[in-house]
Design a protein around this ligand. Structure first.
Ligand SMILES: N[C@@H](CCC(=O)N[C@@H](CS)C(=O)NCC(=O)O)C(=O)O
Length: 251
């Protein structure tokens, strides 16, 4: 294998987290878009322990989950690439875990609750682009079934969207609190995996122009209004700044 392969849904912010970490660490890789439904089959065939994306296929293993992929990227980073570990790795990992478990889940539920209830077709192109022709067609034909599975799996709906927005508001208040003394990053002056995680998982609330899927996704009305209302929160300014200055790509 010439380069590791990162399996992703193009829209997924956890996939963007893993992809950014590989780029940040200077690791050349292929990005393989997968069709919803097929991802579990591929993961199983590769011997992955979990079915969800992202997973990374390297020469000798399959690494599942964005956090484990960052561990692998850190261990294999290019000599000139800065570390993401931070000077207090325990604190950094605790922040990353909370972001993974709460903000990441509720950004997604807030977005899909509105998009898949009011205009499910708006999301479909981003799930099909990058796929071979036959699979693109399959996504179109299976779309209403995929939407039903997503609605059930993520517990989506108007009330759930509002609930997720409120949870997200609380999580941003926590992050804004960490930044309240004027520090540039969540744990101080160093950019760490906690900052990369915050930026990747909160990117759907900012739509930074350096994001790989910028411009490919329409934002539903309430999500767009919230993005505007929250734009100057320190946590979301950090997202913009991180994308503007650190979202480099390995070519
Ligand atoms: N904590 C995991 C979350 C991964 C995750 O939730 N992936 C979603 C896409 S955003 C997924 O694969 N959903 C479909 C499935 O689980 O089968 C990570 O950081 O990688």
């Amino acid at each position: 294998m010439d380069k590791p392969i990162l399996y992703v849904f193009n829209i997924s912010h956890y996939c963007e987290k893993a992809r950014w970490a590989l780029d940040f660490c200077g690791i050349a890789h292929h990005v393989q878009h997968v069709m919803p439904g097929q991802h579990r089959k591929i993961a199983k065939e590769l011997g992955s322990k979990r079915g969800s994306v992202p997973f990374l296929h390297t020469d000798d293993q399959v690494i599942c989950g964005s956090s484990a992929i960052i561990d692998w990227a850190e261990a294999h980073r290019a000599t000139n690439a800065p570390s993401l570990a931070g000077s207090d790795p325990e604190q950094v990992r605790a922040i990353e875990k909370r972001l993974d478990d709460i903000a990441g889940v509720h950004v997604r539920r807030f977005f899909y609750s509105e998009a898949l209830t009011n205009d499910p077709k708006s999301v479909r192109p981003i799930f099909s682009n990058g796929l071979p022709m036959f699979q693109r067609l399959s996504v179109i034909l299976a779309w209403s079934k995929i939407v039903t599975v997503m609605k059930q799996g993520m517990d989506l709906g108007p009330a759930q969207g509002l609930e997720s927005r409120a949870i997200l508001d609380d999580e941003l208040t926590w992050l804004d609190g960490l930044l309240a003394d004027g520090r540039p990053f969540l744990t101080g002056s160093e950019f760490t995996r906690a900052d990369l995680t915050a930026a990747a998982l909160l990117a759907p609330m900012v739509d930074p122009k350096e994001h790989p899927v910028h411009g490919l996704l329409p934002f539903p009305n309430n999500v767009a209004a919230t993005m505007q209302a929250w734009a100057e929160r320190p946590s979301l300014r950090l997202v913009r700044e991180a994308y503007a200055t650190r979202r480099w790509r390995v070519v």
